[in-house]
Design a protein around this ligand. Structure first.
Ligand code: NAP
Length: 288
């Protein structure tokens, strides 16, 4: 698996397997299949409530710990100096691991500075190999980098053909922070898998729109973590290392930009309130 070098020298597989919205009862089987197909980086979060099942899959895979890269995330209620240790230890226990490769503050809320102090200690003790954040907008990531000794290695943000986030990418990269794409497929919204532009580009290379999207992100130097519960789609999503897009293809995809989030918007106060209250947000509305 191709890797990317993070700002502390750590090698991270550039493609991982996303596990958001995978039911706990399905998770072990899905992760086992992903590992069988060659995925070596798995992305989860305390908030996904499937860390234990992921841990069971890691155990049954027989792979050595150092062969697998695990990302998990600290949820908002634990984002504080004391809470971060508790949240981290819970994740570690659920996953059945003794260190985490990449540990992210999931949302830019609560006491992110206090939490970072605790996480920095865990990093120095070797319990976390790289630290990062998620959903930090350009002003927030700038402030955060300039007020902390240890800079996030990753800022995991929404990036897909309809919300390309090129400005955020350049701000993060100037700070030596890599952006990682979540919802690379916009979770299938806006008929992304039957988009004519993506289909036509794919035809040239014998690839699907999904593969074109992932390749477009890799051409931009952006790590990806596509999610699928279907084995044939997992296989499709990992099979993206035998072709390249040219500048014409890249220019055509650039035209799909709509410049707006399809999901939670960290700059939307109502969404912020819902997230802090632990509500699920679907299509811009809170769901009980
Ligand atoms: P996504 O990867 O954009 O899309 C997943 C959807 O696409 C699922 O409905 C899946 O359906 C479908 N799909 C996958 N591969 C396909 C293919 N080759 N052809 C057709 N359909 C395909 O959405 P996501 O899961 O939201 O994002 C990816 C990962 O990013 C998550 O799993 C999670 O790990 C992470 N994430 C992080 C945050 C954050 O706040 N940090 C937020 C959201 C997500 P099936 O499963 O039915 O195949």
């Amino acid at each position: 698996m191709q890797t990317i070098t993070l700002n502390n020298g750590l090698q991270m597989p550039i493609l991982g397997y996303g596990t958001f919205q995978i039911e706990p009862k399905e998770t072990q089987k899905c992760v086992e299949e992903a590992l069988e197909l060659g995925y070596r980086h798995i992305d989860t979060a305390a908030a996904y409530q499937n860390e234990s099942e992921l841990g069971a899959a890691l155990k049954s895979s027989g792979l050595k710990r150092e062969e697998i890269f695990i990302t998990t995330k600290l949820w908002v209620n634990d984002v504080s100096e004391e809470g971060a240790k508790k949240g981290f230890e819970n994740s570690l226990k659920n996953l059945g691991l003794d260190y985490i490769d990449l540990y992210l503050i999931h949302m830019p809320y609560n006491d992110i500075y206090g939490a970072w102090r605790t996480l920095s200690k865990l990093y120095k003790e070797g319990k976390i190999k790289a630290l990062g954040v998620s959903n930090f907008l350009p002003d927030r990531i700038t402030d955060f980098c300039l007020h902390n000794q240890i800079r996030p290695a990753i800022n995991q943000i929404e990036i897909h053909p309809f919300y390309q986030n090129t400005y955020a990418q350049s701000i993060n990269e100037n700070l030596d922070v890599k952006v990682m794409s979540w919802a690379s497929f916009a979770e299938g919204k806006n008929k992304i898998f039957s988009n004519e532009i993506l289909k036509n580009i794919g035809k040239k290379y014998g690839k699907s729109p999904a593969q074109v999207i992932l390749r477009w992100l890799l051409e931009r130097g952006i790590p990806v973590i596509p999610k699928s519960v279907r084995k044939e789609k997992m296989r499709e999503n990992v099979n993206i290392f035998d072709f390249n897009l040219d500048s014409n293809d890249m220019a055509k995809i650039a035209c799909l930009e709509q410049n707006k989030s399809y999901f939670v918007m960290p700059n939307n106060p109502q969404h912020t309130q819902w997230i802090i209250q632990g509500k699920k947000i679907i299509d811009g509305k809170a769901v009980e």
